[in-house]
Design a protein around this ligand. Structure first.
Ligand code: FA5
Length: 337
């Protein structure tokens, strides 16, 4: 090996040791870049050494080439490692910055739930569907024929006063009960009939147990040989399913123009003043005049009908003393159901 090559080799090894040391001590990517320029740049130390290749003999040049290549590779791979090290550190720093505090309380987006009145309607229709009743609907804007006349309540009948009706123009009115759905169904279908009609009804009436808008469920069963004891049996079964076996119930004789005989049912209701009775439904055997108005033969068919007040059912079940709270939309009340 010529003396010149030995000098170059020593010089390159010193350069390599110094450079690797500098890379190791570099504190950031900028420092690393300035080391790169000081070695490989136009006037860099290695570039300057390479310029001297022309002074070498033809025999020494390949040896010199090999030597510089090895040193170049060593410096480059050391620089790459340091680059990766800086990248890793930067990533870690940014992850630490965005670190979530998993001990913070979670923000819950509140989910809506079914209104208690809708829940009670579902509970009631579920029980009656087990007895073969299917759900029907009718319009809330009715006319006199469906709401009164076909139900055996003629214009001059004093029972009309019981209904405190909201009248609209052109002979229309807001239905005062769900009984018009009986008429609409019987005019369309022939017996046997077993329907349940839930919906809103309207009356000019307001206090702690009366609301101007409230919900009823109408029930109608028409067939041959339907009896009053069947009506009592169905309603007793339903009330025990809905309130449980311990709730006290009583049947009272009553009067409705569209049923004969008629009854009302009261359920025990616990208030601050002690137990009281609250009327929850009217019922009876379908009046023969109602069958005549829908062209059913009263000598062939009998029927039972009932109309339940939904809010009253909910008041008793959940011990709610004032009907008006159902419509105040206070989430503290509604979220309990
Ligand atoms: C009727 O509406 C009859 N259509 C029920 C009926 C149907 C009888 C079929 C016979 C055969 P009544 O006006 O009593 O009946 O009302 C029935 C129920 O609705 C009452 O027992 C009560 O629970 C409820 N209710 C009546 N008025 C109000 C009101 N203003 N606010 C809340 N609930 C009421």
């Amino acid at each position: 090996m010529s003396e010149q090559i030995i000098i170059f080799e020593n010089h390159l090894n010193t350069l390599k040791t110094q450079t690797l040391n500098n890379i190791k001590n570099a504190n950031n990517p900028e420092e690393l870049d300035s080391i790169r320029i000081s070695i490989f740049g136009k006037k860099g130390q290695l570039t300057e050494v390479l310029k001297k290749v022309g002074n070498l003999s033809a025999e020494d040049r390949p040896k010199f080439g090999k030597l510089t290549n090895v040193i170049k590779q060593d410096i480059k791979s050391c620089m790459d490692d340091k680059h990766q090290y800086f990248e890793r550190k930067q990533l870690e720093a940014s992850l630490n910055l965005k670190k979530e505090d998993i001990t913070l309380p979670t923000y819950f987006k509140s989910l809506g739930n079914q209104h208690v009145i809708s829940q009670v309607i579902s509970d009631i229709t579920d029980i009656f569907s087990r007895l073969g009743f299917c759900v029907k609907e009718g319009p809330e804007i009715e006319n006199d024929f469906y709401n009164f006349e076909a139900l055996n309540i003629p214009d001059d009948h004093p029972a009309k006063d019981m209904h405190d009706t909201f009248y609209l123009s052109d002979g229309y009115l807001l239905r005062t009960h769900t009984s018009p759905v009986q008429i609409r169904t019987m005019l369309k279908e022939k017996p046997p009939i077993r329907i349940l009609a839930p919906g809103k009804v309207y009356r000019c009436d307001a206090d702690t147990s009366h609301s101007p808008i409230f919900h009823q469920i109408e029930g109608l069963l028409v067939d041959q040989h339907v009896t009053f004891s069947e009506l009592k049996g169905i309603l007793t079964f339903f009330l025990k399913e809905f309130f449980g076996n311990d709730k006290k119930i009583r049947f009272r004789p009553s009067y409705f123009p569209f049923t004969e005989p008629s009854t009302e049912v009261d359920v025990e209701f616990h208030t601050k003043k002690g137990p009281q009775w609250l009327e929850i439904l009217g019922a009876g055997m379908v009046n023969r005049n109602v069958f005549r108005s829908v062209n059913y033969d009263p000598s062939k068919f009998t029927g039972l009908a009932f109309g339940l007040g939904i809010e009253r059912m909910a008041m008793i079940k959940y011990n709610i003393p004032d009907i008006r709270i159902f419509y105040e939309n206070d989430c503290r009340f509604l979220n309990q159901f």
